[in-house]
Design a protein around this ligand. Structure first.
Ligand code: TXA
Ligand code: MG
Length: 364
């Protein structure tokens, strides 16, 4: 987790990764959110390899990752020249958001510049951009001197990877992939996505650790939920977001949420489960006690009751529990509050897509 024990890659390895990208190959690399599967954003053939490797439908757009100039004072970065090859109409709000949160776990959607490849935007006239903060991602992007498209480095619909080993497991036997190791991802869930492409109304497309409240406090910009956008016409026009499928981020073990004190209700959906149930409990609360399902063998697993720490460990826990052969995994419903929206969103989709047939669910 900590940057202190991050096994930063040597310059030689990063140079090799840059060569691979220039040759039209794929490179997996760490970001502060999750690991990405990168390709040259100007190379249509390389971009197609990403869709094939992930098994992702070709109309689901990708995020372009850009390097932040190496400035001691990041507030001094001039983003405009970096963005102009990619986007039209950089608004005042866009500049405020970039100055406040980049490099970092925030993706912004703009109207695209003509030359941006349709292969990466899924044919839409908008483009999603972010400048990741992880030092390995930054060094790779700076040396590459161009945009790198990078979805999360997992098979479509599956749990996103937060370590280099997760990426290798995800593509084992399928793809001989270069994976840069930058340790465990600190943030742990994907970036917040804000749509700025529809004029003056900033809309939340995917919740993450940067919340609308954080954005309002730091920039004075109001971010609307899709349903509460001022101009109702915008709602129809909202871009598609892959994460907006109901099933996503899913383990193969069935996963359900339980309301406070209602573990038995969650179990009632699974009358046949007689054996092993993993029950996640808040670390701030005492254990569930002995009143569980009489024939089920419960094992309690503590999860952090702080939203940021919970997010940083969520995918790690889901992957680890998925490997342990449980019949069912139960997680507590996250409490109300914007700071929990990112993890609530991921958990609900993971539940919906979970179970042995999760890949067929996910492509619905
Ligand atoms: O944290 C992250 O954003 C990670 C790391 C690797 O940077 N990347 C990531 O990429 O989560 P991916 O492809 O798994 O998710 C990107 C999301 C998708 O839901 C996609 O539909 C949305 O961004 N997106 C991309 N371009 C868009 C556009 N033009 N309009 C609307 N949504 C867009
Ligand atoms: Mg993803």
């Amino acid at each position: 987790m900590s940057r202190d024990n991050t096994p930063l890659q040597t310059s030689a390895v990063i140079n090799e990764a840059v060569e691979t990208l220039r040759d039209g190959g794929l490179v997996a690399f760490p970001t502060e959110t999750v690991y990405g599967l990168g390709a040259d954003a100007k190379n249509a053939e390389a971009i197609k390899k990403i869709f094939t490797a992930k098994g992702r439908p070709s109309n689901h757009p990708l995020i372009v990752h850009l390097a932040a100039p190496d400035k001691f004072d990041q507030a001094q970065i001039d983003w405009v020249p970096l963005l102009t090859p990619w986007v039209r109409d950089l608004s005042e709000d866009a500049l405020k958001l970039m100055n406040a949160f980049w490099p970092g776990p925030l993706t912004l959607v703009f109207k695209k510049e003509k030359s941006v490849l349709n292969e990466l935007t899924g044919g839409q006239d908008t483009v999603a951009i972010r400048a990741p903060a992880h030092p390995v991602a930054q060094e790779l992007l700076r040396k590459f001197k161009g945009g790198v498209v990078a979805p999360s480095a997992n098979r479509f619909g599956k749990v996103s990877p937060t370590s280099a080993a997760d990426v290798r497991n995800e593509f084992e036997g399928m793809l001989d992939l270069m994976v840069l190791d930058g340790g465990d991802c600190e943030v742990g869930i994907e970036s917040t996505i804000i749509d700025l492409s529809s004029g003056d109304c900033a809309t939340l497309l995917r919740p993450g650790v940067i919340t609308p409240k954080d954005i309002l406090a730091k920039t004075g910009i109001t971010v609307y939920q899709p349903g509460e956008a001022k101009d109702k016409n915008l709602i129809e026009g909202l871009p598609r977001v892959a994460g907006s499928l109901r099933a996503h981020y899913a383990p193969t073990t069935p996963l359900r949420l339980y309301a406070p004190g209602r573990v038995l209700d969650a179990l009632s959906e699974f009358p046949d489960i007689k054996s092993r149930v993993a029950v996640a409990v808040w670390d701030s609360e005492s254990s569930l006690g002995e009143d569980g399902h009489p024939s089920a063998h419960f094992e309690e697993v503590e999860v952090p009751s702080n939203s940021t720490t919970f997010a940083s460990r969520l995918y790690r826990s889901l992957r680890d529990l998925d490997q342990q052969g449980w019949d069912l995994i139960l997680f507590p419903e996250p409490p109300a509050g914007e700071e929990w929206d990112g993890v609530r969103d991921r958990l609900q989709r993971a539940c919906f897509g979970s179970g042995p047939s999760s890949s067929s669910h996910a492509s619905n």
